[in-house]
Design a protein around this ligand. Structure first.
Ligand code: C2O
Length: 578
């Protein structure tokens, strides 16, 4: 039997007399309501000697911390003072029956237009750890992102030693020019978009870039203490390796779910993923300072920004030492850029706690199986024009089961909820690839894909198994897939083509990691399972924004369940209009 995150409202009394809210109260009573205002505004920021007017929240870059406890209600009023349309997504927050607050533009809401506002209202249920918020329209999340910090309930503690201090570490990408111009141009020409000019740690590129040593993140620590680093990859397009010279860390949580702790001196974090690690500092002042570095993991053929961002881990010198200047500076060793075997080995170490307190409620029986082949492809260049895709008659594109998803011009959730589809979306998303082929072998001659706004409809509480197979069309790349509205269990992962006869025998149904974003390996596959226990329209996409822009995305529609707390309530009155 599985225990639902939702308090049970199944009693007859609840059904007959609407007592459901009352039975929810003990759960909600544990939490408080936290109010935030996010003013979306322009702000001048200088990095690498380039000053640019970026879009920020409240003039902060990276944006403000959203702090809550498990069980709290969070209310964020977002006011748009810039000329772009904006939405904010609370990445990884399950949004149980609060799908109107999820935030992806044209999926759950129309964007907030200039001068307008929208108030996001949701409760944190069954989650604790680190997540992130970010803009969810075009490439605005390049500068609109920040941490979500979820503490355990008041009387609960961490399942690991209480850290001396907690520090969010956000990885990002800095562009010397407006990222909106970059993606607009790329979609026109069909080319791969220009790459970023630097990676950043908490908005700062660090000393390995020209004109940047002033902009270096410094982590100041004391000897003999344990620090909780809340690592967040908010980069647009790059999976990143991270390491701290002469130190190892203990991974304790991923995507706001505790994991079985394990030690490592190097890690990979993909865009959309969050990882909490414990850093135990050296017992004595080490007479040295240490670089922490991040740089990309990439297996494709296109160009990427292969630069390295660095911050400094600095020990507070003992009082008898007048200065910590001129200490030797140690550098970490990171895996090579295409270290796929490191990635496979590292990824396999993540396991759910799967104990009585934090069970892994893995679906053991499957109602519906899906097989999605996903990766890059091409769209034909418009007649009488030259493009800059893989060939000059094609544009880069990306697809899931050969469908490159087109965002509609109104929100799918609105069209669905009010029964006014009128061609906004279709419900014919293919369960299997339309034409099977050797996914990781020689690509088919015709790499063109179809385009549409196609969704899958799932009855409430369907248990879903989804195998995602990476393809080698155009180039075999890894794809960090993110599912909105759910956590899923990664029950299997492998290289090459998925074998439906052999591979399921090795599925881990005991302690698989539970996440909201997981990498489909380059030239490999991953199998996930989840219960569709959250009514609404839920986006799923590659969290590399360039692939999302090219169409590597789709949406699930989960129908209401029979009980009052299994239905999506009507939208708030300030829901933006398109
Ligand atoms: Cu973090 Cu749909 O995104």
């Amino acid at each position: 039997m599985r225990t639902s995150y939702l308090p049970s409202c199944a009693s007859m009394a609840a059904l007959l007399f609407g007592f459901c809210l009352v039975s929810l109260l003990p759960e909600l009573a544990a939490g408080i309501t936290r109010h935030y205002t996010f003013n979306i505004m322009y702000q001048n920021v200088t990095r690498l000697c380039h000053t640019r007017s970026i879009i920020s929240v409240n003039g902060q870059f990276p944006g403000p911390r959203l702090v809550a406890r498990e069980g709290d209600r969070v209310i964020v009023k977002v006011v748009n003072h810039v000329s772009n349309n904006v939405t904010i997504h609370w990445h990884g927050v399950r949004q149980l029956t609060s799908g109107w607050a999820d935030g992806p533009a044209y999926i759950t809401q129309c964007p907030i237009q200039t001068g307008q506002s929208y108030t996001y209202n949701f409760t944190i249920i069954g989650q604790r750890g680190t997540l992130l918020w970010h803009a969810h329209v075009s490439w605005l999340r390049a500068t609109l992102y920040g941490p979500i910090i979820i503490y355990p309930k008041h009387n609960e503690s961490y399942p690991f030693p209480k850290p001396h201090r907690e520090i969010p570490i956000l990885f990002g990408e800095w562009f010397n020019v407006d990222p909106e111009a970059i993606i607009t141009q790329a979609l026109q020409t069909g080319a791969g978009p220009n790459v970023s000019d630097a990676y950043t740690i908490n908005g700062l590129p660090g000393p390995l870039y020209n004109c940047s040593s002033q902009d270096t993140f410094k982590l100041k620590v004391k000897p003999g203490k344990t620090y909780l680093l809340r690592l967040i990859n908010a980069a647009l397009n790059d999976e990143l390796f991270f390491s701290i010279a002469n130190h190892s860390v203990t991974i304790v949580e991923a995507d706001a779910i505790y994991v079985k702790p394990f030690n490592t001196d190097k890690l990979l974090i993909s865009p959309g993923q969050t990882t909490n690690v414990l850093l135990k500092t050296k017992p004595y002042f080490p007479n040295a300072t240490f670089l922490m570095e991040a740089r990309p993991y990439f297996t494709g053929m296109g160009t990427i920004d292969n630069s390295t961002t660095a911050g400094i881990l600095q020990y507070k010198p003992p009082s008898n030492l007048s200065s910590s200047k001129n200490l030797p500076l140690f550098k970490p060793t990171l895996p090579p850029i295409n270290a796929t075997s490191f990635v496979a080995n590292f990824t396999s170490k993540f396991r759910s706690l799967a104990n009585a307190k934090y069970p892994a409620n893995v679906p053991l029986k499957v109602d519906k199986k899906f097989f999605f082949a996903l990766g890059l492809g091409t769209n034909p260049c418009p007649k009488n024009t030259t493009c800059q895709g893989p060939t000059n008659t094609t544009k880069f594109a990306a697809s899931v089961n050969n469908v490159s998803f087109l965002l509609p011009s109104t929100a799918i959730l609105q069209a669905y909820f009010f029964g006014q589809n009128n061609g906004v979306y279709t419900t014919d998303f293919p369960v299997n690839p339309p034409t099977p082929f050797n996914y990781t072998g020689m690509p088919p001659n015709n790499t063109n894909i179809s385009n549409g706004t196609s969704t899958v409809v799932l009855p409430f509480n369907t248990s879903v198994e989804l195998v995602m197979q990476g393809t080698s069309i155009v180039s075999a790349e890894s794809h960090p897939l993110h599912l909105h509205g759910f956590n899923f269990f990664v029950v299997g992962i492998g290289s090459g083509n998925y074998d439906p006869n052999k591979d399921p025998k090795n599925f881990n149904l005991v302690d698989p990691v539970e996440r909201n974003t997981a990498g489909v390996p380059a030239g490999g596959w991953i199998a996930i399972r989840f219960f569709a226990d959250n009514p609404g329209v839920w986006f799923m996409h590659c969290h590399l924004d360039v692939h999302t822009s090219w169409g590597l995305k789709m949406a699930w529609i989960v129908l209401d369940g029979p009980l009052p707390n299994q239905k999506l309530p009507p939208p708030p009155s300030d829901l933006p209009k398109c």
